[in-house]
Design a protein around this ligand. Structure first.
Ligand SMILES: [Zn+2]
Length: 453
């Protein structure tokens, strides 16, 4: 049975400002083939007989959500780095300690559990910003893409689509200090060897695709930025890059190159419609013009940016500059795109002491279609005929959501209110439970494996 009729109490259809009541959604295999809002009286085709076989979706049904920025192994740090003083850089030392303990088998187990956690949150596609490539000391595994292959397999087992954003990571600082300690596992030597390794990686399965990443201007020398950008351009692949998460990165880039990180990327052909800058927390006005003028996207990660004391990204100014916004849970301090989305609005309120910066549909777009587009899946993230059959149903009868207007789920719901998730036409989450993975049990086991108690 590959054809299904779903009857949504409310569905947020592509192009609409708010959810529509009583929508019949038809899917065949992995595609949406029909979207029919029923008339208030049930409509001419809404007789009991016609709808008898439809699967009822109580609550509000959203398109599939996209988590555009993930480092799966950072999930092992949740709740373990939150005591005591410090900043991004001290947190990074703790993150490196986990990285040092991972191998392809333990990474598969951890990522499978983390990706399954994402599906419980309504996430149907993830962008994995992947830089832990090699074995201890930087020695390649027998298959130099073994770690990437583990992530692709983890996504298949968890039932989520994946864009593996394979990161070029060559130096430890903007002035070219060599990789040392745990960072040696990230490096390929130079950008050409990074490209050669990636050329040999062709993962199986329609659920995964490969994209490129420049870790940051700290990690790729200016003279090698164009090599990575060209690799992505030649393959029409998405290109992601961490950008101006920390003022220290801006200061170092100005000192070494006499320009901001954004300007440096622009000067080496990195910006463009297929490029997504991650964070962009501390851009200059000139940077906003460069990003917007090139239609480069920005992936905001508000829960990580608050957790790491990065600062508040200028979300409204970015959007006003013409920059498409997407969302990521990044370090996975939490995995909840409802929380990421409302933080975009609420953080602006804290900064400006005014309300009403983003409409609910802008938040929906960032969490769904814009994220999918940033990851190269342009046929997903909308409830529309021809798009992928991803349907995320959020209950409106929980203690959090009872009495909430359907469009208000962005300010009221949490991941525990996601009752059902359909990915590419398959029911992956039913009654809030994953079809194949005991998520909490597998997370506990996988995290214990890579952390010191
Ligand atoms: Zn990141």
């Amino acid at each position: 049975m590959t054809s299904t009729r779903w009857l949504a109490e409310y569905a947020w259809l592509a192009g609409d400002d708010e959810p529509t009541p009583d929508v019949l959604i038809e899917t065949v295999r992995d595609r949406i083939t029909g979207v029919t809002p029923l008339a208030p009286d049930g409509g001419p085709d809404a007789g009991v007989d016609v709808l008898a076989d439809a699967v009822r979706l109580p609550g509000v049904t959203l398109p599939g959500l996209a988590n555009a920025h993930s480092h799966a192994f950072h999930r092992a740090l949740r709740g373990r780095t939150h005591v005591g003083r410090g900043d991004f850089w001290s947190w990074r030392d703790q993150m490196y300690a986990v990285a040092a303990r991972l191998d392809p088998d333990s990474y598969l187990a951890l990522a499978r559990a983390v990706y399954a956690e994402m599906t419980l949150a309504g996430i149907t596609c993830v962008g994995e910003f992947h830089y832990l490539h090699h074995g201890p000391g930087g020695r390649p595994y027998a298959d130099p893409n073994a770690m990437g292959a583990a992530l692709v397999e983890a996504a298949a087992q968890a039932g989520i689509r994946l864009t593996l954003l394979d990161a070029c990571y060559l130096t430890a600082s903007v002035d070219g200090q060599p990789l040392a300690g745990p960072q040696q596992r990230f490096g390929d030597g130079d950008a050409l060897r990074w490209a050669q390794r990636l050329d040999a990686f062709n993962p199986d399965g329609g659920h995964a695709r490969v994209g490129a990443a420049i870790h940051s201007v700290r990690a790729v020398p200016a003279g090698q930025l164009a090599t990575v950008a060209e690799w992505a351009r030649n393959r029409a692949a998405p290109l992601h890059v961490h950008l101006s998460e920390q003022p220290a990165e801006n200061d170092a880039c100005r000192a070494v190159h006499g320009r901001t990180p954004t300007r440096l990327l622009a000067d080496h052909g990195v910006l463009g419609r297929a490029t997504t800058a991650v964070h962009a927390t501390h851009p200059t006005s000139g940077d906003l013009g460069l990003l917007g003028g090139s239609r480069t996207g920005v992936c905001l990660c508000p829960t990580t940016e608050r957790d790491l004391a990065d600062g508040i990204g200028p979300a409204r100014r970015l959007a006003d500059a013409g920059i498409p916004l997407s969302l990521g849970s990044d370090s996975h301090a939490v995995i909840d795109l409802f929380e990421e989305a409302r933080a975009v609005e609420l953080d602006e309120r804290l900064r400006t002491r005014r309300r009403g910066h983003f409409t609910p549909v802008e938040l929906l777009t960032a969490a769904s279609s814009a994220g999918h587009t940033a990851l190269g899946w342009t046929d997903a993230g909308r409830i529309a005929v021809g798009d992928r059959a991803d349907l995320v149903t959020v209950r409106l009868d929980s203690v959090r959501t009872a009495g909430v207007a359907p469009a208000g789920v962005w300010f009221a719901a949490g991941t525990v209110d996601v009752t059902q998730v359909v990915v590419d036409g398959q029911v992956l989450v039913r009654d809030g439970r994953h079809a194949r993975v005991d998520v909490s049990q597998e997370l506990a086991t996988a995290v214990a494996e890579v952390t010191t108690r």
